[in-house]
Design a protein around this ligand. Structure first.
Ligand code: CTP
Ligand SMILES: C/C(=C\CO)CCC[C@H](C)CCC[C@H](C)CCCC(C)C
Length: 303
């Protein structure tokens, strides 16, 4: 192969494969194992980038990423469907109440969604593949919420009173927030992970514990209790910290744990106070909790 041909191949294939050491971008690390190389640039036609590999290897890497993302999307879609179906079956068999089923779906679906992100590739498009799962669920909620199609199982496991139009409120806002965090923050910032930790675990446990042990109400909101809000703070803190630990073990974040604990506690406090306010009739908790968490996390983490 002539030097000219090699140069042509090199410039036409436009990304750098860094195999030997991890790429540190600001404060997070992209893992660089053989299967998880940092293909940040997934199009060979993207200008300005250097490829030090033969063209066919770059193509193979792109195809590998694409297959991995398609496979991951299919697996998460099946997981989401299976989760809702499982809770429907538990509710039908009177093993758990509808209200508990709804809150367990609320806690588990978002958290499992965040836990699944590392199975997607490191390509630029991976976040959009992941977001396809809440998008499909968003369409499903709209179709069933407008009663265009009937699915008693879905309604039973995710609504409070069993009315289809309820799907167009809390559950719809919930999947939109999952989509927003995946697209905007993905695995690159703790903001999305912590905000979803607060919306899923924090808000979910506030309801479960508050309904059972919430006899002592908060003085400015008779619908919310100290037990509910304290549970929200503790569960949100533990789950968000656990998620950050999971992502740091996998090499996505490099965190100083002493300051991180303080920052997570601050976000949890803000989200807990926002959730306790008597504003549920104005703005749904599935909007106010994640948005306030995003703002607090942005101000405390700064990225
Ligand atoms: N800080 C909190 C939050 C919730 N709860 C309990 O959980 C119930 C449901 O709370 P919440 O989810 O905020 O109410 P809604 O928005 O009306 O219901 P949902 O989110 O389930 O649609 C409340 O009635 C209350 O008994 C509580 O005691 N303390
Ligand atoms: C009851 C809910 C909110 C009310 O506060 C949650 C509704 C959940 C959706 C119907 C299902 C969402 C599925 C997720 C997008 C993906 C979960 C994937 C995972 C692997 C199980």
């Amino acid at each position: 192969m002539t030097t000219a041909t090699t140069t042509l191949l090199s410039s036409s294939c436009s990304f750098a494969l860094l195999r030997s050491r991890p790429t540190i971008i600001r404060r997070y690390v992209i893992p660089t194992t053989t299967h998880d190389h940092p293909l940040r640039f997934s199009s060979p036609n993207r200008p300005g980038l250097v490829c030090r590999e033969p063209y066919y290897k770059c193509r193979a890497a792109i195809t590998g990423d694409l297959l991995r993302d398609v496979g991951a999307t299919a697996a998460v879609l099946v997981g989401a469907y299976g989760l809702v179906r499982s809770f429907d079956s538990l509710t039908k068999r009177n093993i758990i109440q509808q209200s508990l089923s709804r809150k367990l779906v609320h806690i588990m679906s978002g958290l499992l969604f965040v836990v699944s992100w590392p199975i997607f590739s490191t390509s630029m498009e991976a976040r959009y593949f992941a977001s396809f799962v809440p998008l499909v669920n968003c369409v499903r909620l709209i179709v069933h919420g407008l009663s265009l199609v009937k699915d008693e199982g879905l309604i039973k496991s995710v609504t409070r009173e069993g009315k289809p139009e309820e799907l167009l409120k809390g559950p719809l806002y919930y999947v939109l927030m999952l989509m927003l965090c995946a697209v905007v923050f993905w695995r690159e910032s703790p903001i999305g992970v912590v905000s979803l930790g607060m919306m899923c675990a924090g808000d979910g446990f506030a309801d479960i514990i508050g309904r059972r042990f919430g006899s002592m109400k908060i003085f400015y909101n008779p619908k919310k209790s100290w037990a509910g809000s304290i549970s929200m703070f503790i569960s949100g803190f533990l789950i968000s910290s656990g998620m950050l630990y999971y992502y740091s073990v996998l090499g996505y974040f490099e965190l100083d744990w002493v300051s991180t604990m303080g920052r997570v506690a601050l976000v949890c406090l803000v989200a807990t106070v926002v959730e306790s306010l008597p504003t549920t009739h104005l703005i749904d908790d599935n909007i106010s909790v994640p948005l306030s968490s995003m703002l607090a996390a942005y101000l405390s983490f700064g990225y």
